[in-house]
Ligand binder design. Structure first.
Ligand SMILES: [Zn+2]
Length: 313
């Protein structure tokens, strides 16, 4: 109710975005000058270069056909429930005419769930891989059309889990695994893995390699990463009924990480704030490059999906 009242009009939404995007006051996105004249509809005319900036330009809200009030309500529904919401649920609560619009809205927002320039994991970090998707005969250790190969890193935090990183990977070769670790884990940290040979030769890390026979019965080698994997699978099956193909898996992993890494946050309002804040920081990156950013030989994504994302919103 409070959310509905506070963001009842487009102007209130724009003002909120303005404060998150330019907390210290306006900065021209074109030349960096700070002096500008306000124009109508929350647009600004740069005093130095005459560029006309809008608060939504250069963010995920750019060129959207949906009013900001709908975006705000969507962001609230996504962050106010612990396990999130699927496209059908979002379509219902927002009263959207089409399922496709709700689906595309969720995918755009998942893009904002990864903070640009986020900190790497540090300390002791467990790393392991898992599969998601249909069983295919004779396929071992590589990405297929039906399966996703997912790599998971989980920080040790005493007996518990700190932050996590998850990402789809094309294979379990040395170069793939090592580049994921370089991207996700701070150099100098301890990286704990199973005995897979491809993890050998990690440079810049202390490698703690665990092999099964050294473990007492019933104890898992990498308990944190395995708990994260089982929570991920439960979430994919529960909230999303498991209907996720490899092409879009990275979006779901981003949402899962966003929720998991903020699971101790007591205030749902804080999660909302964080999502909106990141939404104004994220460039409107073309969806194709995102879904295929780590698939080496991507098959062309279905045309209609790209069109949905680019035109429906
Ligand atoms: Zn300027």
């Amino acid at each position: 109710m409070e959310m509905e009242r506070r963001f009842a009009g487009v102007e209130a939404c724009r003002r909120y975005l303005f404060h998150l995007r330019w907390p210290e006051g306006f900065v021209c996105p074109h030349c960096g000058a700070r002096q500008a004249w306000p124009m109508s509809r929350c647009r600004w005319l740069c005093a130095a270069c005459r560029y006309q900036a809008s608060v939504t330009g250069g963010t995920i809200f750019q060129d959207s056909h949906l009013p900001l009030t709908i975006w705000f309500r969507a962001m609230w529904h996504i962050t106010s429930q612990k396990t999130g919401i699927n496209a059908l649920g979002l379509q219902r609560v927002l009263g959207l005419g089409s399922y496709r619009t709700a689906w595309a809205l969720l995918h755009k927002l998942r893009r904002a769930m990864v903070r640009p320039g986020r900190d790497k994991l540090r300390g002791v970090v467990e790393v392991d891989e898992t599969y998601w998707g249909g069983e295919e005969e004779g396929v071992v250790g590589r990405l297929t059309e039906k399966k996703s190969l997912i790599i998971v890193a989980a920080e040790e935090d005493g007996a518990g889990i700190g932050r996590v990183r998850l990402q789809c990977i094309p294979d379990v070769t040395k170069s793939t695994l090592h580049s994921f670790i370089a991207q996700a884990v701070e150099p100098g940290s301890v990286v704990r893995t199973d005995g897979l040979n491809a993890y050998y030769g990690l440079e810049g890390y202390r490698h703690d390699r665990r092999v099964q026979r050294a473990q007492p019965d019933g104890k898992h080698l990498l308990p944190r990463v395995h708990l994260v994997i089982s929570l991920l699978k439960r979430w994919l099956l529960g909230t999303h009924q498991g209907a996720i193909g490899p092409l879009y898996m990275d979006y779901y992993l981003d949402e899962f990480s966003f929720r998991f890494n903020r699971r101790k946050s007591v205030s749902r309002g804080k999660l909302f704030y964080r999502l909106v804040q990141q939404a104004v920081q994220v460039d409107p990156v073309p969806i194709v490059s995102l879904s295929n950013h780590n698939i080496k030989n991507p098959s062309p994504p279905p045309e209609q999906h790209i069109n949905i994302l680019e035109t429906v919103l």
